[in-house]
Ligand binder design. Structure first.
Ligand SMILES: *Cc1c(COP(=O)(O)O)cnc(C)c1O
Length: 412
């Protein structure tokens, strides 16, 4: 009998799926003595567990007909209603109704559905370079052509994008161009924020060339300093901008609740595509989030979290200055929010290759090349400051500095 080989049976899409290096790496983060700057996950101490526990018990007992039942594909109407109120209160985003919102199983599902809805092999889309890994993998499996737009300290290089679009237009390919994906605030992995000027410029391009802007904004509410910049969605119009959000970074990722806000026709497509993915997101966690939003002011609750992350970020930037700054050719972003800094090392450093030394020195980061479709970023690394303690941050940066020096000595 011939052996059944998985590889022989796989679909084109399955062949395109790569395992996440981040998930592989994070297995090492639990080794004793390891200081990990790798995880992009919130500090569990910030989860409002007592509040959620109380609500959870109540909604299972009293609302079991809803919470333990199938939900609608669009999502719990109570949650959608509450979320729209929150958008109005916090971001002055109004004039939306329930048909403009669909709840997804985390933002990750929204990204996956975007791939399904918009991308064929001959499609073209634009992403930043570096790019959020979750988006890159959700889009990549559809095998579109990517325009990799360089990321700068004030967000993606919009002029670069404009040139590429003009080029596509001249070649008669502009109708193949579907969307530009942007993480507008405190980019993952780079920590940078798209400036107001660039937001407006990007919108002008979207109007001129008629494409969608996918604005992914998980970190907008995690601002530690500086002025809030209005969302692209707020500056633009619902016809051209699709706004993704999630409770993962502001409440807790275990809920697996993301939101998609867009034009009714777009939302309808999301709902249809979601039907075949999971029928509906969990009714239990949706109602849990809804009742939480009704009972508490999520932003007031968040203020302690912001305080915690702000101080950790300060500690990290100081430690960079003190230790890493001594190595010529190093630089890093100074984010005003979010969970990440993006560290540039001298050109001759390959952060993937350097990992083995880092492991031996018991410090962990995510190599920059992971966040690239265009095979760049080899001398960069993503460093998260939200999980380790202040002491661990300082010690971890000391170790990182030692690792880089050791690597340079070896490769000389
Ligand atoms: C964390 C994060 C998300 C959230 O993903 P979930 O599936 O909602 O947990 C989405 N986009 C970016 C850029 C992120 O960093």
């Amino acid at each position: 009998m011939k052996k059944l080989e998985v590889e022989e049976k796989l679909s084109k899409i399955a062949k395109n799926i790569k395992s996440s290096i981040i998930r592989e790496l994070l297995k090492y983060s639990t080794q004793p003595g390891m200081i990990s700057f790798g995880g992009g996950v919130p500090d569990p101490e910030t989860f409002p567990r007592h509040e959620l526990a109380e609500i959870a018990s109540k909604i299972v007992e009293e609302e079991y007909r809803i919470t333990l039942q199938y939900s609608t594909t669009e999502g719990d109407p109570v949650l959608r209603e509450e979320y729209l109120k929150l958008l109005e209160r916090k971001y002055n985003i109004n004039n939306l109704d329930l048909e403009n919102i669909v709840i997804t199983t985390g933002s990750q599902q929204a990204l996956d559905l975007i791939g399904k809805i918009f991308l064929d092999e001959e499609s073209i889309c634009a992403v930043s370079s570096p790019v959020y890994l979750g988006a890159a993998s959700a889009f990549s499996i559809r095998s579109p052509m990517f325009i990799n737009v360089p990321l700068e300290s004030d967000g993606m290089n919009v002029e670069f994008l404009e040139k590429q679009l003009r080029n596509l237009d001249e070649k008669g390919l502009i109708n193949k161009f579907k969307f530009t994906y942007v993480v507008s605030n405190f980019h993952n992995p780079a920590g940078v924020t798209l400036s107001l000027e660039k937001r407006k410029k990007l919108l002008e391009l979207a109007w001129k060339y008629n494409f969608y802007i996918i604005e992914d904004d998980p970190y907008g509410a995690l601002r530690y300093e500086g002025e809030h910049i209005p969302n692209i969605f707020k500056l633009g119009d619902i016809e051209h901008v699709i706004l993704l959000n999630t409770f993962s970074k502001t409440l807790c990722p275990g809920l697996r609740i993301g939101t998609v806000i867009g034009d009714k026709n777009v939302v309808r497509k999301f709902v249809m595509a979601k039907q075949s993915a999971d029928l509906c997101s969990p009714a239990l966690t949706q109602r849990l989030a809804a009742r939480y939003l009704q009972k508490y002011d999520i932003f007031e609750k968040l203020s302690r979290t912001l305080e915690l992350y702000r101080s950790k970020l300060t500690t990290m930037l100081k430690a960079f200055e003190e230790f890493l700054g001594g190595i010529e050719g190093t630089d890093w972003t100074r984010p005003q929010g979010g969970l990440f800094t993006w560290v540039k090392l001298p050109e001759n450093v390959d952060t993937m290759d350097m990992l083995k030394i880092a492991m031996a020195e018991k410090v962990l980061y995510i190599p920059g090349e992971v966040f690239h479709i265009d095979e760049k970023g080899k001398n960069y690394m993503r460093v998260s400051f939200c999980l380790p303690s202040h002491e661990e941050i300082i010690e971890g940066v000391k170790r990182l500095t030692k690792v880089v020096k050791e690597y340079q000595k070896k490769s000389r």
